[in-house]
Design a protein around this ligand. Structure first.
Ligand code: NAD
Ligand code: LMR
Length: 332
C-alpha cells in the first residue's frame, strides 16, 4: 500500500542551499524512494519571486514522489503539520566574516520560528538546523520551544563528517564508501574536532583502523584536522559563496539516517542535545557520534578518549558555552 505523504519544511528555500535541497527531497534522497512528500517552502517577502520560481521549477520537474507544494512567506502556514523541518533560512556568512558575526542576525530568527514550530508542527516533528551558527541556533530553537522534545532538535555536522571521510579516502586512495566511523565532536565551526581514532577502512581482508593505514600521526593530528575545520571557509574563499550542494546532500544524509536508521556497525555525527556524555556540559547542542534506529538517535557510549582528544573536545565545548552566552546577550 502506498505510504501517506510526509510534510517537509525547508526554510530559506529560495536561497542557494534551498535550491539544491528541494529537488533532492522531491527525488527521495532524504526520506527514501517510496516515501511521497509534500514540500513546505518558507522564505521572506523580498524573496517571493524567487521562491515562486523554485516552485515553478519543482512543478516542471514532475517528480513522481512530490504530492504537493506550499510556497509561502507566512511562518504559520509553513510550519503547519510538518513532520520534518530543515531550518536553512537566515543570513549566510560572507568572506571575511566570523560565524559569531552572523549570530545576532540569526538567533532572533530562530527564537521567533521556535514558537511557530512548537504551535503548528506535527507531533514528534524532527528538526534539523542548518543555518549558522547551527548549534547555537538549534539551542535557541529548543529553549524557545519548551514543549518540543529535546531529542527532536538537532543541527547539521554531517557535512563535516562527510568532509572527514572524504579527506581520509583521498589520502588512502580508497572509496569514500569504504571509510566509516570518523567523529565530529562539538561545534560546526573551526573549533570542531574531527577524530579518526575509531574510524576504519574496509579492505579485502576486513576492517583496518584508519590510523594504522594512514601511518602518519603527524598528518592526522594536524593537517587533516585543520583541513576539515576550515573547509567551509575555504569553499567560501574559492566560490565566493558558502557550500550549498554538499550542505544539501549532507542534510539529506542526516535526516535519512535519523528516520530510516544507520547501517549496523556504523555511526555518524549529529549535533544533539548533550546529556553530559563524555564530560560535555549538559544543555549544549554538541556534535556526538550517534547510531539511529526506529527514528531515534542514541549517543555511542564507551569510546576511549585520549588526552589529545579530551583537550580538543573541551575547547569546542568551551566555544559553544561562549556562543550560548553571546546568543542570549543578542536576544536581550
Ligand atoms: P542564502 O543566503 O543563499 O539563503 C538563505 C535564505 O534564507 C535566503 O533566501 C533568505 O531570504 C532566507 N531567509 C532569511 N531570513 C529568513 C527568515 N527569517 N525566514 C525564512 N527564510 C529566511 O544562504 P545559504 O547559502 O543557502 O545558507 C543558508 C545558511 O546555511 C547560512 O546560515 C549558512 O551559513 C548555513 N550553512 C550551514 C552549513 C552546515 O553545515 N551547517 C553548511 C553551509 C551553509
Ligand atoms: C560550511 O561548513 O560550509 C558552512 O557552514 C560555512 C559557513 O560558515 O557558512
Amino acid at each position: 500500500m502506498a505510504k501517506e505523504p510526509m510534510r517537509v519544511l525547508v526554510t530559506g528555500a529560495a536561497g542557494q542551499i534551498g535550491y539544491a535541497l528541494v529537488p533532492m527531497i522531491a527525488r527521495g534522497a532524504m526520506l527514501g524512494p517510496d516515501q511521497p512528500v509534500i514540500l513546505h517552502m518558507l522564505d521572506i517577502p523580498p524573496a517571493t519571486d524567487s521562491l515562486n520560481g523554485v516552485k515553478m521549477e519543482l512543478v516542471d520537474a514532475a517528480f513522481p514522489l512530490l504530492k504537493g507544494i506550499v510556497a509561502t512567506t507566512d511562518v504559520v502556514e509553513a510550519c503547519t503539520g510538518v513532520n520534518v523541518a530543515v531550518m536553512v533560512g537566515g543570513f549566510p556568512r560572507k568572506e571575511g566574516m566570523e560565524r559569531k558575526d552572523v549570530m545576532s542576525k540569526n538567533v532572533s530568527i530562530y527564537k521567533s520560528q521556535a514558537s511557530a514550530l512548537e504551535a503548528h508542527a506535527a507531533p514528534n516533528c524532527k528538526v534539523l538546523v542548518v543555518a549558522n551558527p547551527a548549534n547555537t541556533n538549534a539551542l535557541i530553537l529548543k529553549e524557545f520551544a519548551p514543549s518540543f522534545a529535546e531529542k527532536n532538535i538537532t543541527c547539521l555536522t554531517r557535512l563535516d563528517h562527510n568532509r572527514a571521510l572524504a579527506q581520509i579516502a583521498e589520502r588512502l586512495n580508497v572509496q569514500v564508501s569504504d571509510v566509516k566511523n570518523v567523529i565530529i565532536w562539538g561545534n560546526h565551526s573551526s573549533t570542531q574536532y574531527p577524530d579518526v581514532n575509531h574510524a576504519t577502512v574496509k579492505t579485502t581482508t576486513g576492517e583496518e583502523p584508519v590510523r594504522k593505514l594512514v601511518a602518519d600521526d603527524e598528518w592526522l593530528n594536524s593537517e587533516f584536522i585543520t583541513t576539515v575545520q576550515k573547509r567551509g571557509a575555504t569553499i567560501i574563499t574559492v566560490r565566493k559563496a558558502s557550500s550549498a550542494l554538499s550542505a544539501a546532500s549532507s542534510a539529506c544524509d542526516h535526516i535519512r539516517d535519523w528516520v530510516l536508521g544507520t547501517p549496523e556497525g556504523t555511526f555518524v555525527s549529529m549535533g544533539v542535545y548533550s546529556d553530559g556524555s563524555y564530560g560535555v556540559p549538559a544543555g549544549l547542542i554538541y556534535s556526538f557520534p550517534v547510531t539511529c534506529s526506529g527514528g531515534e538517535w542514541k549517543i555511542v557510549q564507551g569510546l576511549p578518549i585520549d588526552e589529545f582528544s579530551r583537550k580538543k573536545m573541551d575547547e569546542t565545548a568551551q566555544e559553544l558555552s561562549e556562543e550560548k552566552a553571546i546568543a542570549y546577550s543578542c536576544l536581550n
